[in-house]
Design a protein around this ligand. Sequence first.
Ligand SMILES: CSCC[C@H](N)C(=O)N1CCC[C@H]1C(=O)O
Length: 356
Amino acid sequence: MRLSNLVSLMKERNFDGALISPGTNLYYLTGLHIHEAGERLTVLVVSADGDYRLLAPSLYENVVRNFPVTFWRDGENPYDKLAWILAEFHLSGGRLLIEDTMRADWLMKVIRLGSFEFHPLSSLMRELRMRKDKHEIEMMGHAAKAADRVFDEILSWDLLGMRERELALKIELAIRELSDGISFEPIVASGENAANPHHAPGDRRLRKGDLVILDYGAKWKGYCSDITRTIALGRPDERLVEIYEVVKEAQERAYRAVREGTLAREVDGAARETIAKAGYGEYFTHRTGHGLGLDVHEEPYIGPDGNVVLENGMTFTIEPGIYVPGLGGVRIEDDVVVHDGRGKRLTRAERELIRL
Ligand SMILES: CSCC[C@H](N)C(=O)N1CCC[C@H]1C(=O)O
């Protein structure tokens, strides 16, 4: 069904074929679990006539079943086999969609197999994947619940004196116990490190007076959650407490701005305006959110340039933040689905400032 949707869209937009390497698009279209193909050429060939075939290393002989496939063995030249498939599908030239993340060494050899005009596959896939169906939203709900449960667990741990990297590892283990795995490596940013939105957890020990940003996510059947909470240890600097309240208000206002028919940039604007009015505009250094699904970052992006019109079934994060160099930072993030014309939170962990 999903493959035929892609084929219809290809025909409508005058594309002749598509070459799809392993990643979330391949999984979305086929349900096949081919995660890490490494250097061995693996590609799904799809023609606008509706033909499709996977070219895969023989390592996958016991994995790919009930799907048209050509295997190649180590020692063979997989590009010869790809050329045969392209010839069979009458794809020796024309407008070809290419998986955006295809390895450059593969692409450089594919270029030599015909006279193609390449276009990014994402230009079509974004339209297919942006609106989630009931099943997908259910899976995202499970992933979000796992993230909420991990937050409750974190609150029961003795955090004082723990190194950021130790806490990140404990969070990762807790996620893995409750779900299919992590959406991305957890961020634990304490004290002044919290001024870096993508801080890599290091050796700093958590201490009294810290605000600590915890940003992590779980996966359920391929679908991601992504949550951020900022907690206080002891009594933090009053400026940080004020910043916390501004971010909480910005997050709530952006959430309330979510409506079917609203532009993504209006949701961003609601958060940005709240933060700017409080005098912290220059310290909100990123977009308000991003689409969430099989990828942890996907369409629709909720930024000042977000021109996607929100529709029921779209899922994204709302995660404004304020980051003051030398002082610290605050970010609060929830996963949201547009449901019955309005936003509905999938993550529901406590948003009031928790002081441990
Ligand atoms: C995939 S790592 C970052 C996860 C995080 N929740 C996130 O998406 N962001 C943190 C700062 C802003 C935002 C981002 O757009 O990168």
